[in-house]
Each structure stands twice: as structure tokens, then as C-alpha cells.
Design a protein around this ligand. Structure first.
Ligand code: EPZ
Length: 431
């Protein structure tokens, strides 16, 4: 058992370097399955989700070597099977990208239903509709394994997504990249990691146009050659540190980022009274001078305000005087962490997709848990602001997506430690 223990009340101050994007890495690593030669991927975040997807590829026959903390060499040439059905596959959400990548490579994919962060229903019907349009039929085997196959080579088609789903856009791109003819995805997702994946595939010889807009056009190619590719910085990790700087009324230079990816977050921080200075690959967040004001936020697909920063901003808005309203428009049930924040003295009521935050009262330390990855980040932000010592359990969720969060926060002046506990039946938890 491991926990984070935080002594709150210190304003963050200093510089933090942002790692490579988790949600780009977990798409780009499976995308190597489509390549006909070895690849080197750089700026990979050192997080457990990356370790897991690397191990899954190894189990499938790929040779995966860690060159250093942020670089992986992957040789996919010896992947012999089109199945990924081990227990490891259930351990993460993004393992569903194996469906698109394997379909693209061998016209068939047998993959366990994915696991990952649990915030209500996470359907994949749009992924499967896309595969069907390319000529692949699916069935669910024993309620646990999705078997998708096409009798012949996949063929391009026009696909309209009912919702601009990140996962469906990526999976369809992966399946279509070697299909016969042209595929057009309408109402495609536009998140930065969609563009990153398209750039990676194009650098290998794929023909993808329009990534980052509503319409993506993919002309199938037969061969993808090996490349060295560097992953974009993590938009959400950067947003989390920006939010933590504001919540603690600190001053933090967030480095190794693409400021354009952070516009919606910067806009909201400016609206509440933070000073934001943009540089080429960095942003300064200064919340040390002025009192902060309330605001309303609605999460939207990119370039709207990202749902993956919603819990962190809810924690921030607890520290600001007045009533703020959060409107979660992407996920049905992403407020499970609110009951944990209320244990720390937050006044939040949830009505459907709205969270009404009565901010301004001091947060106080309490034992809380990370109910998922971004919820865990929100607990850390609350702990950094709270009076007393906050203990956060279930930190394995946080470590799925944040590289060295203890080291990075400590360098900014936070008092945060990872503590190992033993659990015994009669004594409960002891350090
Ligand atoms: C990606 O999940 C991210 N995960 C999520 O980040 C992020 O919250 C989400 O996009 C939205 O930005 C990865 O990239 C690995 P979606 P994904 O398909 O692709 C509905 C994090 O914290 N939908 O865009 O699974 C769905 O129910 C994680 O880093 C369907 O109805 O999200 C949701 O309401 C958590 N049918 C909406 O679309 C489908 O077939 C958005 O889902 C697919 C999705």
C-alpha cells in the first residue's frame, strides 16, 4: 500500500518541466504495430500506463527496449498473432487502440475489453461502427473479448462520428492507414494527440490530411517505414501544474509545453485573476499578486476546456470566494471525487452534469482517496491548499498518468511524500 502525504499551505514557486503526453504515447506505441520496420519513440513519459502498453506489445512478440527514461525502441516485425487477450490488456483503457492497430496490420483483432479509469459508462460503439464501415465485423466472445475481422483487406469509406470521440477517431485512423482507398472521418476529434498520432503515421509514410480539423482524410498505403519520433508535451499535466500554482497562490514557470494547446486553460486562469505570460515553449502562471475570482466552466472537446482538467479546476475553485459552476459536458459521471473533496470541507453540490461550488472556506486535511487519475490530481491540489496533513490513498491511479509528481512538486516547494504502508487484518494501516 502506498499513499501520498501532503502538509498543505505552501505556495508553489519555481519551474517545472512537463513530460511527454500520456494520451499521445498510449496511441503512438500501439501504432508502431502498423510499421514494417523498427521505430524509436522519444519524449515518452515515465508512467505506469506506458510501461503497461510496452509490456503488452512485448507479450505479442514485439521487441521493446527502453533506451533511457524517455526513449523506447520498438521492433514490431516479430508480432505473429492478432490477439491481445492477456490480463495486462484489461489494466488500461487505451488498450482498445490495439483493435485498430491489429486490424490495420492483419485484418483481424482479438482484444480484451479495456479497463482504465472508472467514471461511468465508457462505450466503444463509435469505434466499432467505424470498423464496420471499413468492412470489419465484430462479435463479443464470452462477454470479455472483442473479435473484429474482415474477410479481405479493409476498404476506405466515409464515416460520420455522432460525437467527436478521441478514441474512435484514433482507432479509425489506425485501421484505415493501410486500407484500400480513401477514408474520410467527419466530426473527427481535434485534440493535440490526434494531430500527434497523424504526424507520427505520416512520418512513417502514411497519407493523412486534416488532423486537427473536423474532417480527416486518410489514403491507404501499403508500407510504413521506421522512424525516430518525439511525442508532444502533455497538455493535461501542464494544465494540472498551472492549476496547482493558482490554487496555492503561487508563481510557476511551466516549461517544455506548447502554449497553443493550453489556450482554454490559460483563458480561464486569466478570467479568475491570474497573470499568465506566454513564451515559445513555456508559460508563467502568477497568482501571487491579486485575489482570485469565481468563474463558470463548461468542458468541451478540443479546443474547448478539457474534461481532463475539470476535477483539478473544481479543487481550485473551492479556494476562490463566491459560487462557481462547473458543467461537465463530455462524460456522464465524472464527479465521483466530489465526495472526497467535501471530506476536506469543500462545499459542492452536484446536480446531473453541474457541480455548484461554494468557494472560499478553508480546506482542511482529511484521509481521502484518488477515485481516478484526474480526481487524484484534484486531491493533491486540495491537499496542497489545505490546513494540516492530507493522506491520499489509491495513488496507483495518479501514477498511471503523472511522471514523478512527488519530485516535481517538491522542487516547487511543496511538502509531499510517498509513504509505504503495510496492511494487517487487525491493525488496519500502519506506516
Ligand atoms: C480520451 O478518452 C482520453 N483517454 C480521456 O482521458 C479523455 O477524458 C477523453 O478522451 C475526452 O477528452 C485517452 O486518450 C486514453 P472519447 P476516450 O471517446 O477516447 C462518448 C485521462 O484522464 N463515446 O472522446 O475514451 C463517451 O461516452 C483520460 O487522461 C461514445 O458514446 O474518450 C464520452 O461521453 C480519461 N461512444 C464521449 O464520447 C464511443 O464509441 C467522449 O469519449 C466513444 C465515446
Amino acid at each position: 500500500m502506498e499513499k501520498f502525504v501532503i502538509n498543505g499551505g505552501r505556495a508553489l514557486d519555481g519551474e517545472v518541466a512537463i513530460s511527454g503526453a500520456k494520451n499521445a504515447a498510449v496511441a503512438i506505441i500501439p501504432a508502431v504495430i502498423l510499421c514494417d520496420e523498427p521505430c524509436r519513440i522519444e519524449n515518452i513519459p515515465n508512467i505506469s500506463d506506458v510501461t503497461l502498453i510496452g509490456r503488452i506489445l512485448q507479450e505479442m512478440g514485439a521487441v521493446v527496449k527502453r533506451v533511457n527514461k524517455s526513449t523506447l525502441d520498438i521492433d514490431p516485425r516479430h508480432i505473429a498473432s492478432c490477439s491481445a487477450t492477456s490480463e495486462l490488456v484489461r489494466g488500461m483503457r487505451a488498450s482498445y487502440y490495439l483493435l485498430g492497430a491489429l486490424l490495420g496490420r492483419c485484418h483481424q483483432a482479438k482484444v480484451c475489453l479495456p479497463g482504465g479509469c472508472n467514471f461511468g459508462a465508457r462505450p466503444i460503439d463509435l469505434h466499432l461502427k467505424g470498423f464496420a464501415a471499413l468492412g470489419a465485423r465484430h462479435e463479443l466472445v464470452n462477454g470479455a473479448i472483442i473479435d473484429v475481422k474482415s474477410e479481405q483487406k479493409l476498404h476506405g469509406n466515409n464515416i460520420y462520428l455522432d460525437f467527436a470521440s478521441v478514441g474512435a477517431t484514433i482507432n479509425i485512423m489506425l485501421a484505415a492507414v493501410k486500407a484500400e482507398g480513401q477514408t474520410i472521418i467527419e466530426n473527427a476529434a481535434k485534440e493535440p494527440h490526434i494531430v500527434d498520432l497523424a504526424n507520427f503515421l505520416n512520418s512513417m509514410g502514411a497519407s493523412i490530411r486534416g488532423a486537427g480539423t473536423d474532417t480527416i482524410k486518410i489514403r491507404g498505403v501499403d508500407y510504413l517505414h521506421g522512424v525516430t519520433y518525439s511525442i508532444i508535451p502533455d497538455q493535461i499535466e501542464a494544465g494540472t501544474y498551472m492549476c496547482a500554482a493558482a490554487a496555492t497562490r503561487g508563481k510557476v514557470l511551466v516549461k517544455n509545453i506548447t502554449p497553443k494547446h493550453l489556450e482554454s486553460i490559460s483563458a480561464k486562469l486569466r478570467e479568475i485573476g491570474c497573470e499568465i505570460k506566454e513564451y515559445d515553449e513555456a508559460l508563467l502562471v502568477d497568482a501571487s499578486k491579486m485575489p482570485l475570482n469565481r468563474c463558470n466552466i463548461k468542458t468541451m472537446p478540443h479546443p474547448g476546456f478539457p474534461t481532463d482538467c475539470q476535477p483539478q479546476f473544481t479543487a481550485l475553485l473551492c479556494t476562490v470566494d463566491g459560487t462557481s459552476i462547473m458543467n461537465e459536458s463530455v462524460w456522464d459521471n465524472r464527479y465521483q471525487y466530489v465526495s472526497e473533496l467535501t471530506l476536506m470541507g469543500a462545499h459542492i453540490s452536484v446536480e446531473g452534469r453541474l457541480a455548484i461550488i461554494e468557494g472560499g472556506s478553508r480546506l482542511t486535511a482529511a484521509p481521502v482517496k484518488a477515485t481516478d487519475l484526474r480526481a487524484g490530481a484534484a486531491m493533491i491540489i486540495a491537499g496542497l491548499c489545505a490546513d494540516g496533513t492530507t493522506e491520499i490513498s489509491s495513488i496507483q491511479y495518479i501514477e498511471r498518468g503523472y511522471e514523478d509528481i512527488v519530485g516535481k512538486l517538491t522542487a516547487l516547494g511543496a511538502d509531499i511524500k510517498k509513504v509505504y504502508f503495510e496492511q494487517s487484518a487487525d491493525q488496519g494501516l500502519r506506516a
